[in-house]
Design a protein around this ligand. Structure first.
Ligand code: ADP
Length: 484
């Protein structure tokens, strides 16, 4: 076992307030992607443990929902403060199991925590309605009530923040939760859950089940009628599987799926700002985010200048172990991610693209990949059509606004889109015409707890964060009083 395993604070799963092993005692290794060494082992659980966690969450629901929102908020606020107090140790765990630079890991911990704080407060403002009656002898009301036990399945790219975003909304609304974190990164979630216990979150309100094989756990989470809602963040492919499974019990679903974000640079753009924004949104987390710019669409009149500046800036990004000073690009999560980048680069080059920077595995070996810039990429290229999830920036030329829009919307995905322009009427025109759930105008770092995060088309269902985010965890109940 690697000495770095000392950063892990909780190595067992959490069911009904107890830290537990798998029934079989089996564990599975979690790797440090920067070194390839085993960081620590997590319990390898299955359907039986998941069922117990669901039953615990169902028991805890009756008292958590009855706890006044103000009291729930006080507990959540303590949790939020503990997370901030432990920001550094949580960031160390996150970087060790996920690979991102420590500075980004610290940012993710703080970002995730804001959702717990936010939803603690939103939970206190879940108001029902009194309707104008449709007859004099009636009174008509709308109650908003917590939906019940929530299942959450989260990905490895933001293992801390994706859990926080879901559990914040669930607990604020009065729901309880069973989480299955990604098999690559279970320890960030366990560490957060540990702090929840220390903050006074009652036993059973938050449960975390870890597993090497997600399928049996997912089948129980969707097949068990006690689970009333599923909140998933991950690939569109797995989202579709889970939606099919959730149909059996007609579970309410929130789905935050894949993206294929365009970043459009119009001729009137502030190029300095556009290059800065593109670097931030393309290379953050080594390109492994669902809102990473996946296609840089640039007007033909500024493309050479933009491409040269982007390549120059990207070449300055230091690649290495996320724990090392000054590193901007950590390793990719695993070998398959490296192979996907290689495949997309080779395909683009075969279709006539020009390599301006990088294009290959980094000399550090392992799953490190060079920051890469390709110019002259065409709409038939793999990289134009598939999510990259790596540090490869493909630049595509366009000639007018209509073509830019057509290219941008030419995808079944609809999560985030970005564009750079200084023309106010164009800004409104384009923001209205882009079929994406989140639009960054002259800005690429736009996510916050106060704003609705989510996508259109095959990028998902529902919104997380903001005042809208709590709705996904509530049932509306209409109450009609007659004979008044
Ligand atoms: P990625 O491509 O980012 O790894 P996935 O969609 O494969 O995205 O994974 C996201 C989450 O979904 C992870 O927690 C993973 O374990 C889980 N997952 C993958 N396949 C299934 C499945 N068949 N049932 C339930 N969960 C799954």
């Amino acid at each position: 076992m690697d000495v770095r395993s000392s950063v892990v604070t909780r190595r067992d799963a959490l069911i009904d307030g107890h830290w537990v092993q798998a029934d079989s005692g089996a564990r599975f290794p979690v790797l440090d992607p920067a070194t390839g060494a085993t960081l620590e082992e997590a319990p390898d659980m299955g359907a039986a443990e998941t069922r117990r966690a669901i039953e615990a969450a169902a028991r805890a629901f009756s008292s958590w929902r009855a706890t006044p929102a103000k009291q729930r908020a006080a507990i959540m606020r303590r949790w939020f403060e503990l997370i901030l107090a432990e920001q550094e140790s949580l960031a160390q765990i996150l970087t060790a199991e996920q690979g991102k630079p420590l500075a980004e890991a610290r940012g993710e911990i703080a970002y995730g925590a804001t959702y717990i704080d936010w939803f603690a407060e939103e939970g206190r403002r879940v108001y029902g309605d009194v309707l104008p009656p449709t007859a004099n002898d009636r009174r008509q009301l709308v109650f908003k009530q917590p939906i019940g036990v929530v299942a959450a399945i989260t990905p490895w790219n933001f293992p801390s923040a994706m859990f926080a975003r879901k559990v914040g909304a669930a607990l604020g609304a009065g729901c309880t939760m069973v989480l299955k974190p990604a098999e690559q990164t279970p320890f960030s979630a366990l560490a957060l859950a540990d702090l929840a216990m220390r903050a006074g979150v009652p036993a059973g309100v938050v449960n975390v089940v870890t597993a090497r094989d997600p399928a049996p756990v997912g089948e129980e989470l969707t097949g068990n009628p006690l689970v009333r809602k599923l909140s998933f963040t991950g690939s569109t492919e797995v989202g579709k599987i889970l939606l099919r499974q959730a149909a059996e019990n007609v579970q309410k679903c929130s789905m935050e799926l894949g993206g294929n974000a365009p970043l459009i640079v119009f001729a009137d753009a502030d190029l300095d700002l556009a290059v800065k924004g593109a670097i931030a949104v393309k290379y953050r987390n080594c390109g492994q985010t669902c809102i990473s710019a996946n296609r840089l669409l640039v007007h033909e009149s500024v493309i050479s200048e933009f491409a040269a500046r982007l390549a120059a800036r990207a070449s300055e990004l230091k690649v290495g172990d996320g724990r090392d000073e000054g590193v901007a690009l950590g390793p990719l999560i695993e070998e398959a991610a490296v192979e996907k980048c290689e495949r997309q680069v080779a395909d683009a080059l075969a279709r006539g693209a020009k390599l301006l920077l990088g294009g290959a595995r980094h000399k550090l070996g392992g799953s490190f990949f060079e920051p890469t810039v390709l110019e002259g990429v065409t709409a038939d290229a793999l990289i134009f059509n598939e999510e990259t999830f790596g540090p490869v920036a493909p630049i595509v030329a366009f000639t007018d606004e209509a073509e830019a829009l057509r290219l941008a919307n030419a995808t079944p995905y609809g999560l985030a889109a970005y564009f750079y322009s200084r023309d106010l009427s164009r800004i409104f025109r384009i923001a209205e015409a882009l079929d994406f759930g989140m639009i960054g105008v002259n800005e690429t770092l736009m996510s916050s707890e106060a704003a609705p995060f989510g996508g259109m088309k095959q990028s998902g269902l529902g919104r997380e964060g903001s005042r809208y985010g709590v709705d996904d965890y509530l049932e509306l109940k209409y109450v009609c009083l007659g004979g008044m």
